[in-house]
Ligand binder design. Structure first.
Ligand code: TRP
Length: 327
């Protein structure tokens, strides 16, 4: 590996369905980072983290394959990025244990995500949920990255990771970098049914990457554009925002002119947008279907990614074990 490359690590939980908000807000930026030849990216599906909240085996297995197919179909290229499953690289859980022994309970108790999720699942506050951040720190530090692209909700976990790195370095000598947050450009796509809120994964308010052209048309047609306080409504802004990402330059010019003249027809804007979004993801839908029709090849590709990840992870773990006195 070329040492001058910047190392990037990021992970995602295999849960729910991805929508275009996730795509614009995070995963498109993963692809951009991958395509910069100065970067070496490690992208993992954090299947062990998925066990910290209630799950069903069948659905979990399906989600993992579905996520893998989604990312490969979106353009994660296994020849450029190391794309793998967290549970395949056993070093992650070993290092997480080591980190647990360096992390005061109080620090984990302070984590907002732990507090929020504990409230949501009061009947299942398990030790895995509590230790979630040390496993995440292991996902990151095993690869000694320069940057970790994560959304705002993960900055506290990244801070804990940096603290762990610093603490470890102080006690055992320089081992880890203190990886910086590569702040993902915060591109907030709003809900179609309540455009004052963020798009999330439920019902007709979200455009899923898997939606068929018919679904996309149907959902956009229903998108709320009514204004409450005069001026441009949040719904209108949201649709125009999507147009700047998925429309052609000519579409954007045309609809801005219509807006300025006060003659903008929402039905026309929605129609154009639906067509553009459906076209934009047409290749993705085909490719994903094809990948899912050959699950053995998909598993093979993940296995290959995990082998590459393990080469790096095992080297780091060996270094750590030596430093702390394990044989
Ligand atoms: N906790 C992250 C999230 O919920 C997922 C994650 C796990 C992650 N391990 C990681 C992100 C390592 C970046 C790097 O989004």
């Amino acid at each position: 590996m070329n040492n001058k490359k910047q190392i990037i690590v990021s992970g995602t939980r295999p849960s729910g369905k991805l929508h275009i908000g996730n795509y614009l807000g995070a995963f498109r930026q993963w692809l951009e980072l991958q395509d910069d030849p100065d970067n070496k990216c490690f992208y993992l599906i954090v299947d062990l983290h998925a066990l910290t909240t209630p799950f069903e085996s069948k659905i979990l297995r399906h989600s993992i394959l579905d996520f893998a197919a989604t990312f490969l179909a979106l353009g994660i290229d296994p020849n450029k990025s190391v794309f793998f499953l967290q549970s395949h690289v056993l070093e992650h859980s070993t290092l997480a244990w080591i980190f647990n022994c360096f992390t005061p309970m109080g620090e984990l108790e302070r984590m907002t995500e732990f507090k929020d999720k504990s409230k949501l699942n009061a009947a299942n506050i398990n030790a895995g949920l509590f230790c979630y951040p040390t496993l995440m720190a292991s996902d990151i530090l095993l690869y000694k990255p320069t940057f970790v692209p994560v959304g705002e909700d993960q900055t506290q976990h990244l801070e804990l990771t940096r603290n762990l790195a610093r603490k470890f370095n102080n006690k055992f000598g320089k081992t880890f970098p203190e990886p910086k947050n590569y702040a993902l450009k915060s591109l907030r796509v709003k809900s179609l049914s309540d455009p004052t809120k963020k798009m999330s994964k439920t019902g007709d308010e979200a455009l899923l990457l898997d939606d068929s052209p018919t679904e996309i048309h149907r959902k956009l047609k229903k998108a709320v554009t009514a204004t409450t306080s005069g001026g441009k409504s949040p719904g209108e802004e949201n649709l125009m925002f999507l147009l700047t990402h998925f429309g052609t330059p000519a579409d954007v010019v045309y609809f801005i002119e219509e807006q300025n003249k006060g003659t903008l027809k929402f039905s026309e804007l929605k129609e154009t947008l639906a067509k553009r979004i459906a076209d934009y993801f047409a290749e993705f839908r085909e490719k994903k279907k094809e990948l899912l029709s050959r699950p053995e090849e998909l598993a093979e590709s993940l296995g290959e990614g995990s082998r590459k990840a393990r080469e790096v992870a095992s080297r780091t773990l060996l270094e750590i074990k030596e430093k702390i006195g394990l044989l």
